[in-house]
Design a protein around this ligand. Structure first.
Ligand SMILES: [Zn+2]
Length: 805
């Protein structure tokens, strides 16, 4: 098993620090434009080999690989020495322009996208005679091949989006035909898309990274690398990799359809915000794989460089040959279902693996199965069915990513018809935090929103879009259930505006009879591991590890604010596994699943929340009977019966760590503010000199959540991911760690109690509010967003942290 060497993530959407360095450097090189169009290179024309040179084609033309070499050759064993010229297309139209730049539906930009070799080039590839034929072994060929496939998917995607707009809005009345998340302003009547791309999308077709391809959402480029072992094998030779990486870009476009980053609010949404494993990133990978299916209706992604040589390709349907026996769509086989398959890599099916790409296969497999069902139930062609699913993905992402807190057009807040704000993602000021961590996209929210739009379009008897009739809602629910994804009790049609006692904004219920495979667990089933010899948490405080971790997170813009009290070399970090003054440490909660069912999407939140009255910690009698009134806990009006505050500057919003004060006979738990006043430390000596709420022990914003893809029944995470083949223990990764700064000014011997909140995706009472029941089936509506700033949707856990010296 070569699993231990497989550290590099494939097809990532992550920033690579190396690439950022190269980008910055390229700004210094602004002299000449590379000119390659005149180069006369010839390949020998042997039998079956196409000469692909500029004198062999007409202007505007070239030759490409229409699919990846494995598919074109029909040979899964194709070797690294193959001459790919054998598999070139016939001469075909590429572009009528002297640079590899494409105009298109990107208002405000001269070019929508362009292709060049790598980030050190100063411009897109140029061909002054507009001929685009280059020998297959050249970077120029890779650039043309990338351009061809990028152009193909972007064209198909935007045509489909344009069609969706025409279906959602009546062109005469301009009224929407069904509840749509596509903004009415998306299309102008000059047939142009009216949303701004923030910048030209760039493709680096031979970008130099080894064994990888990636999309950088912050800097808007796709980077296609090569194999380390066989440098002539390139990611850009595989159209499915180009489609997948472009898919990441399209996901970003859709999430921001309702945002306008050029209008003064630069915030954009993306699937994945922590830079390491989280469920939204997994969804991003699965949806990006689906965009490859959208192009070729094939059940596999990445057969060539990734699959043939690295064993890192992915199926997107149970029918794919890579799946072992027992995985299939018949009743006796398993679907790639939630949450058990979150750790499933079909290339090494017996070894659990925590990785966003493989965890994303659950959604890609569901989406393909739903596509197939549209073919069988509604008589669609495969291509039309995939276009329809892609439209529903567009509706879903457009709604979920809305930072203006509307989600759809014409959303009305009850009693406040002028604002239309607050339906989703809390409110304007906190929508970004809500989107990223407080109520993030996960398998539940994505499929619930997807199912709602699917129902609104395909199960609507006014539209009758399925063979002249409607697609049965029971059928939708049953298929979701086969994937373990019927995780919601209502469709949450009106989100925060929903009201069980008001039929004008009531939610449609899921039929519970359809939930046979999906299991919803009680939040009380997650707890800290209390078994013998099990620690409550692991502390990572080795200087070099923390230095690497922090610099990586900073380079990727995930954290930015390290206290000036922490030395830049992390000199107080000593790797002794206990918490010392002056250091930065990572804390991995050791969580235990006490149920008999696997938990998915376990998330520990260590961000500030609504949990104090003044300087006293609230007691939440149902969720957390701490601290006792004799120890300083209060159950005053701001704590009980409260409307949870969305306003992060509100005095009731407090950091997670409290301080023990007083003698051993009269312990009191107080806020850090009160402790600072008590020991009369000047505020300027706090970790943040402007805010003494976390003066002494502070969770670093951006590194304030821990994510665990899944935890098996009666297990902790280490049990879940132990290698059953060689017995090796799983390694702690960034996604498991919450980062803290420790002030040098803490009196030695001080003890902190940090109160954090845990939830998981297949949890019933983490998302359904039992006090808000629908009238028909008695099922809980979803919590409103503001509740996620409080205690009720969570299991509360505590870490008592003594500061030794
Ligand atoms: Zn990816």
């Amino acid at each position: 098993m070569i699993r231990q060497t497989r550290k590099v993530s494939t097809f990532t959407n992550m920033l690579s620090p190396k690439i950022i360095g190269a980008m910055a450097f390229s700004l210094l090189l602004a002299s000449c434009v590379p000119e390659v169009g005149q180069t006369k290179l010839r390949t020998k024309s042997g039998s079956g080999v196409t000469s692909n040179t500029n004198d062999s084609v007409a202007a505007q033309n070239g030759r490409v690989l229409l699919d990846n070499p494995i598919i074109l050759s029909k040979n899964p064993e194709l070797t690294e020495t193959v001459d790919l010229a054998r598999y070139l297309s016939s001469e075909m139209y590429i572009l009528n322009h002297t640079y590899l730049q494409q105009v298109g539906p990107c208002a405000g930009l001269t070019y929508c996208f362009e292709v060049q070799k790598d980030s050190t080039e100063n411009s897109a590839l140029q061909s002054s005679n507009k001929k685009w034929a280059f020998p297959v072994a050249t970077s120029e060929f890779l650039e043309v091949n990338t351009f061809y496939h990028a152009d193909k998917i972007l064209n198909k995607f935007y045509e489909n989006l344009y069609t969706l707009y025409g279906e959602a809005y009546d062109s005469v009345t301009t009224n929407n035909r069904y509840e749509t998340a596509i903004p009415k302003t998306l299309v102008n009547f000059d047939s142009k898309f009216n949303f701004n791309w923030t910048s030209t999308l760039k493709y680096y077709a031979d970008c130099g990274v080894e064994n990888n391809a990636l999309f950088d959402p912050a800097n808007n480029y796709v980077c296609l690398g090569h194999l380390k072992k066989y440098p002539q094998i390139k990611m850009a030779q595989d159209s499915t990799v180009i489609y997948h990486e472009t898919g990441h870009f399209l996901i970003k476009q859709l999430l921001n359809l309702r945002n306008d980053p050029t209008s003064g609010d630069p915030r954009t949404t993306y699937l994945g915000s922590t830079g390491s494993y989280e469920e939204s990133s997994a969804l991003g990978e699965g949806i990006a794989d689906y965009y490859s299916y959208f192009m070729n209706n094939r059940s596999h992604v990445g057969e060539w460089a990734l699959g043939r040589f690295l064993k890192q390709s992915r199926p997107i349907s149970e029918d794919d040959a890579l799946h072992p026996d027992g995985v299939g769509t018949d009743e006796l086989s398993s679907r790639v279902s939630y949450p058990d398959f979150l750790s499933y890599d079909p290339n090494y099916a017996s070894v659990p693996y925590e990785d966003v790409h493989y965890a994303g296969m659950i959604i890609s497999h569901y989406l393909v199965a739903q596509t197939d069902d549209l073919v069988s139930q509604c008589g669609y062609t495969k291509d039309n069915a995939a276009k329809t699913i892609t439209k529903i993905i567009a509706e879903t992402l457009s709604e979920l990513g809305d930072l203006n807190s509307k989600g759809i057009d014409n959303a009305l807040v009850k009693g406040d018809p002028n604002t239309e704000i607050g339906r989703i993602n809390a409110n304007l000021n906190y929508s970004f935090d809500y989107y990223r961590k407080i109520n993030p996209v996960n398998y539940r929210s994505f499929t619930q929103t997807f199912a709602k739009h699917f129902k609104n379009i395909l199960s609507d008897s006014n539209l009758n879009l399925c063979n002249g009739t409607t697609y049965a809602k029971d059928r939708l629910e049953s298929l979701l259930d086969k994937y373990g994804l019927l995780l919601f009790r209502t469709y949450n049609d009106h989100r925060n505006d929903a009201n069980p006692s008001d039929s004008s904004v009531s939610n449609e219920s899921v039929n519970p009879v359809n939930r046979t495979k999906t299991t919803l667990l009680k939040k009380s089933m997650i707890k800290l591991d209390e078994r013998d010899a099990q620690p409550k948490a692991f502390v990572v405080d080795k200087q070099s590890q923390i230095q690497n971790l922090v610099s990586g997170l900073k380079a990727n813009g995930i954290i930015n604010d390290i206290s000036p009290l922490i030395p830049s070399d992390f000199g107080y970090n000593n790797g002794n596994g206990v918490i010392n003054r002056g250091e930065v440490f990572g804390l991995m909660p050791n969580l235990y699943n006490d149920s008999n069912v696997t938990m998915g999407g376990v998330q520990v939140l260590a961000n500030d929340w609504d949990q104090v009255d003044g300087n006293s910690p609230c007691i939440f009698p149902t969720e957390d009977n701490w601290p006792l009134p004799s120890e300083g806990g209060v159950n005053t009006a701001p704590c009980s019966n409260k409307i949870f505050k969305l306003d992060q500057t509100n005095s009731e919003i407090a950091p997670v760590c409290f301080v023990q004060s007083g003698t051993s006979s009269s312990t009191q738990w107080i806020t850090q503010t009160k402790f600072r006043e008590k020991i009369a430390l000047d505020k300027s000596l706090c970790l943040n000199s402007k805010n003494d709420k976390d003066c002494f022990l502070r969770v670093i914003k951006g590194a304030d959540q821990a994510n665990f893809s899944k935890i098996n029944a009666k297990s902790n995470w280490f049990d879940t991911y132990k290698n059953p083949v060689n017995g090796k223990s799983a390694q702690i990764s960034n996604n498991h760690l919450i980062l803290f700064e420790v002030s040098k000014h803490i009196p030695p011997g001080t003890t902190f109690n940090c109160r954090m909140r845990v939830r998981f995706t297949n949890c019933d009472d983490c998302f359904h509010d039992s006090t808000r029941k629908s009238t028909d089936l008695g099922q809980g509506y979803d919590y409103v967003d503001s509740e996620y700033n409080g205690a009720r949707p969570y299991k509360i856990i505590h870490f008592v942290l003594p500061i030794v010296n």
